[in-house]
Design a protein around this ligand. Sequence first.
Ligand SMILES: Nc1ncnc2c1ncn2[C@@H]1O[C@H](COP(=O)(O)OP(=O)(O)OP(=O)(O)O)[C@@H](O)[C@H]1O
Ligand SMILES: O=C(O)c1ccc[n+]([C@@H]2O[C@H](COP(=O)([O-])O)[C@@H](O)[C@H]2O)c1
Length: 230
Amino acid sequence: MEPWLIYGGTFDPVHLGHLAIARNGRDVLRAPVHLMPAADPPHRAPPGASAAHRARMLDIAVEGEPGMAVDRRELEREGRSWSVDTLRGLRDEIGGRRPVVLLLGADSFLGLPGWKEWQALFELAHFMVAERPGTRLDGALPETLRAALAGRWADSVEALRASPAGRVLRLDQPLHPHSASAIRRAIAQGGPWEAQVPAGVAAYIRRHRLYGAEAEPASGASPGASSQQV
Ligand SMILES: Nc1ncnc2c1ncn2[C@@H]1O[C@H](COP(=O)(O)OP(=O)(O)OP(=O)(O)O)[C@@H](O)[C@H]1O
Ligand SMILES: O=C(O)c1ccc[n+]([C@@H]2O[C@H](COP(=O)([O-])O)[C@@H](O)[C@H]2O)c1
């Protein structure tokens, strides 16, 4: 049964690091990746752009990318975007047997013991964890997480493809330095930022003056810009 790969995030905005990880996850697992923006992300300050803008930027970023889609399920329900609720909803939809894999960065994974009903997540999905500059998985893991991971580490992706949930795989990938908060800061301070996001996303940010961006020069075309109301 083809695994269901979910890459959840705030994507405020989506950047090249996100896309590199999404492509790598897709290729390693041999399954399409669903990029899922959080409507109301828990455990962090409110995003700088609305959920509709963040989802629209994702649409632009995945345009022409094979095996990538945007999943709006967290935008379509009320309240906070707790992953355990999202995964239970997905299980209601696809049943209990199909492998579900949650793709996330090492910084998110180390914070797992703070997530709502975090132990239940292992019954619902596998984890595929991307290393991130500044947060390496070979560093010290919180003791509660280390204990919960005993017997869960997978040596290869086949372990994830062979069962519905409960295993953890490190995604072997080059490290990507991009960070959405650094990009938001650079935009607000007038520093260079455009090379860190897809060109269509940069045009969208300028067009909608997100994060305090200056509008594009009037002569410039706006690839990927949308007239959609958001
Ligand atoms: N450069 C990166 N390398 C590895 N993982 C990343 C990277 N950027 C983001 N991620 C992971 O992608 C997921 C979604 O990230 P998110 O949308 O919060 O972006 P971010 O760059 O971490 O944003 P912010 O700087 O605002 O926290 C998280 O699991 C995060 O750990
Ligand atoms: O469910 C939780 O308690 C929870 C706590 C922190 C993060 N998450 C999810 O983890 C993903 C990455 O989060 P973030 O804040 O790094 O963008 C995103 O899908 C969040 O909804 C989920």
